[in-house]
Design a binder for this molecule. Structure first.
Ligand SMILES: *[C@@H]1O[C@H](CO)[C@@H](O)[C@H](O)[C@H]1NC(C)=O
Ligand SMILES: *[C@@H]1O[C@H](CO)[C@@H](O)[C@H](O)[C@H]1NC(C)=O
Ligand SMILES: *[C@@H]1O[C@H](CO)[C@@H](O)[C@H](O)[C@H]1NC(C)=O
Length: 342
């Protein structure tokens, strides 16, 4: 059952797409070179930005930005909004960015680029808003599926979040197959350590509890690792450490999906961490929002962030956003700090 649920939402999870773009990037170097030409940056100088004066106006040498430098550059009011993106998902990033910009939070966005093509493209169009934390995703990094190296790679998300917490920032993590309809920050009530959403489709009363939901009859919870807000407190750091531990101890059962490990980490630290389950009506799973018209009608006006999960396949996902009027990039690309891509 758990398998079914998680395999129904693979694209919401960047890590599970590794196998897909590992093949896409089989000719990684070639693609990168081609891309640089497309960007009009085919000059050899571009490859050695230190020697290029045209980039001296950038806030720093962003090619070698550390996470700490990048976070310092984008953070506003001690908060950063982060997402992780590989090249094939740039259209989704742009779509999400438009919705974030409409809520006037785009300045705090830091894109963790998984490959150099993504890093270059974003920093070219929007200097300082992308960072790459080596190693880059690349077919030349031979991490055998299920190996320690592979798990180290998939456990990078909590590692990055933990590092941002250690630096003292509030961190909002989002998958980029999301769209903001309202400002989520006003829903982060109180001063809890960690805020998250339930990925279950079972309808709850509007006044449902904000505690970690009890495990289902299989003994598991379905908290989504797609949207997490963390305050730089010990509880949040502890949860991230436990998540990393769970991923690294994890068997192949996780299949590169970090969500089950996140749920086990929540289960094991629940008594030490101040957790806050966000409202279902405000932060619905895609399994509800895109599949239950009646519920959507009943909760009209309450939706804050919509997640396009519970669907398999890149084009299906894009089409569904389209069908629901949530594919904003076609007509509104000018609202994104990246502008129109390609
Ligand atoms: C994986 O991470 C562990 C702990 O951080 C480290 O000791 C180990 O060398 C890493 N292994 C690989 C193959 O990257
Ligand atoms: C929600 O509202 C119902 C009906 O008013 C009430 O019986 C229930 O206790 C409430 N639940 C919570 C968690 O507050
Ligand atoms: C943790 O999981 C176990 C096994 O499913 C369950 O019995 C327990 O109630 C869970 N604890 C919390 C705090 O959810």
């Amino acid at each position: 059952m758990a398998q079914q649920l998680f395999s129904s939402s693979p694209l919401s999870c960047p890590s599970i797409s590794h196998r897909r773009h590992i093949s896409l990037f089989n000719n990684g170097l070639l693609l990168l070179v081609a891309l640089l030409f497309l960007l009009g940056a085919g000059s050899p100088l571009f490859m050695f930005p230190n020697r290029s004066s045209s980039y001296s106006s950038l806030p720093s040498d962003w090619r070698d930005y550390s996470l700490a430098q990048a976070a310092k550059f984008v953070a506003k009011d001690g908060t950063v909004i982060v997402c992780t993106v590989s090249y094939p998902f740039l259209p989704f990033l742009n779509n999400w960015l438009i919705s974030v910009s409409r809520q006037k939070h785009q300045d705090k966005v830091l894109v963790i680029a998984e490959d150099y093509a993504t890093l270059y493209l974003i920093n070219e169009k929007w200097p300082g808003h992308a960072v790459l934390i080596p190693p880059a995703l690349d077919s030349r990094t031979p991490h055998k599926f299920g190996s320690q190296g592979f798990f180290n790679f998939t456990s990078r998300r909590p590692q990055h979040l933990l590092q941002l917490l250690e630096l003292g920032y509030n961190v909002m993590y989002n998958d980029v197959d999301m769209v903001w309809l309202q400002d989520p920050f006003q829903y982060l009530e109180g001063i809890h350590d960690v805020y998250f959403t339930d990925d279950r489709t079972t309808i709850k009363p509007l006044n449902h509890s904000h505690n970690l939901p009890p495990p289902d009859r299989n003994g598991v919870t379905y908290i989504c690792s797609c949207m997490i807000f963390l305050r730089p407190k010990n509880g949040a750091k502890l949860l991230m450490k436990k998540w990393i531990e769970e991923l690294q101890a994890g068997s192949k059962a996780y299949e590169g999906n970090d969500q089950p490990a996140f749920n086990w980490a929540l289960n094991k630290t629940a008594h030490q961490v101040d957790l806050y389950l966000l409202s279902q009506a405000a932060f619905p799973t895609g399994g509800l929002y895109f599949k239950n018209k009646k519920w959507v009608e009943e909760t009209k006006g309450k939706h804050v962030i919509v997640h396009n999960n519970y669907i398999v396949g890149y084009t299906n996902k894009m089409k569904r956003f389209h069908d629901f009027g949530l594919w904003l990039v076609d007509n509104n690309a000018f609202e994104s700090p990246l502008g129109k891509l390609e």
